[in-house]
Write a protein that binds this ligand. Structure first.
Ligand code: CO8
Length: 373
């Protein structure tokens, strides 16, 4: 069977960072102004006062200290509380294409692959800035890749689902090289006025080059031993923004058109689902958790990753065995596990095995088992 390798990865990190203190200060300023505005109703018992957020809670509950965003000023302005991205003409590159170009060029350079040698581009992420033409086709034109390109969305699992698809296309002989790109602008779909979730997300873009092993020239390469995907329907993470909003006459600015979740339920339901997926997948490959050198897990919550790592490894992860990047990046949706891989793979020795695993809305979970060559 054709061997498929990951030969390059890339990462675009936005210039602006917001730490918890700055985010909480802006949120609390908005809360105070709202409570003053509704003082009479609060006094009359007709309305509950809004509560402050706190950095201590955010760190304790999630492990997040900071996040990168495309625009900090708009988010931190208590009068606005959403990023301000200038609109672009149809003749300018789209924002996600621009982020994708930076990550993709880095991944191609690492792999030692020219854009013209890529047969397929998949832009896979939680939110796409338009319905069509596909961002992937725009990226294909900007990069100068061959073949075909398309967009896909499996929320936080978009990257691993796209890696599975690309690996299958290479194994099947339809293509020989693929580029997977994950431009996540989570800040545009986050409700910065929701105390339960205003701290959760950040922006980033990752890229991965996959090749038929016969063509690969990169010095650092990981063989894909297998991929496995799982989905189970749940409303616990939901976003009702969509093209029907216009015709159903629903309020396009209502909070259900942004990210909404029941965080505790997600935690309880997703952790066992993910641990079972990884363990079953490893078993089918004749491997056990004890043989894993690294777990590059989805980056939503530190406690979630600790719990999943324990269930897979059979013990607490050793330092560096399940790298955490959410402390600096927060949850970057599908980019998270790939950022962890990008920043923490080079030290693995030949023959060492690891798992890239993402999970999130849907529910969805994707597992990619790799071995350093
Ligand atoms: N500051 C202070 N206190 C707070 C705050 C705050 N900001 N928020 C809540 N509290 C309080 C609550 O009021 C509650 O108080 P009380 O006990 O008095 O009722 C207490 O803290 C505990 O609240 P929770 O039970 O909600 O807190 P948790 O410990 O469960 O932590 C988390 C909340 C961090 C959200 C946690 O539940 C979690 O991380 N869960 C998993 C979430 C997850 O993995 N989600 C996956 C999402 S990713 C995805 O698939 C989305 C893809 C789409 C991306 C789109 C981009 C926008």
């Amino acid at each position: 069977m054709t061997e498929v390798l990951i030969t390059g990865t890339g990462l675009f990190t936005p210039e602006h960072a917001i730490d918890n203190e700055a985010l909480v200060a802006s949120f609390n300023a908005w809360v105070d102004a709202e409570n003053v505005r509704h003082a009479a109703a609060i006094e009359a018992g007709e309305r509950e006062p809004l509560q402050h957020s706190s950095s201590e809670f955010i760190v304790k509950a999630s492990g997040i200290h900071s996040r990168y965003v495309l625009d900090a000023a708009g988010i931190l302005d208590p009068e606005r509380m959403r990023p301000r991205l200038p609109s672009r003409s149809n003749d300018e590159p789209s924002v996600q294409c621009e982020m994708g170009l930076i990550a993709a060029r880095q991944a191609l350079e690492t792999a030692g692959v020219a854009p013209g040698d890529i047969d397929m581009v998949i832009v896979a992420c939680s939110n796409l800035e338009r319905a069509y033409p596909a961002v992937a086709v725009e990226l294909q034109a900007q990069l100068g890749t061959q073949g075909h390109a398309f967009d896909m969305n499996v929320a936080c699992s978009s990257a691993t689902f796209a890696i599975d698809l690309a690996a299958c296309a290479i194994r099947g002989g339809n293509i020989r090289r693929a580029l997977v790109v994950n431009p996540e602008i989570c800040s545009a779909h986050l409700n910065f006025r929701d105390r339960d979730s205003h701290f959760i997300f950040g922006d980033a873009c990752t890229a991965v080059v996959l090749e038929d092993a016969e063509l690969a020239t990169a010095s650092v390469r990981f063989e894909i031993l297998g991929t496995r995907l799982a989905t189970r329907f749940s409303n616990a993470i939901r976003n009702n923004a969509g093209f029907l909003n216009r015709v159903t006459d629903s309020d396009p600015l209502a909070s259900d058109k942004l990210f909404v979740q029941e965080g505790r339920r997600v935690f309880k339901e997703v952790c066992p689902m993910v641990a079972a997926l990884i363990n079953d997948h490893l078993e089918s490959l004749g491997l056990g958790g004890g043989e894993l050198s690294r777990l590059w897990l989805h980056q939503a919550n530190h406690h979630m990753n600790d719990l999943i790592a324990r269930r897979v490894l059979g013990h607490d992860p050793k330092p560096g065995q399940a790298p955490i990047i959410l402390d600096r990046y927060a949850n970057t949706s599908s980019a998270g596990s790939i950022i962890a891989f990008h920043l923490h793979h080079a030290d693995l020795a030949s023959g060492e095995v690891g798992v890239v695993c993402s999970f999130g809305a849907g529910y969805s979970a994707g597992c990619v088992v790799v071995r350093r060559q």
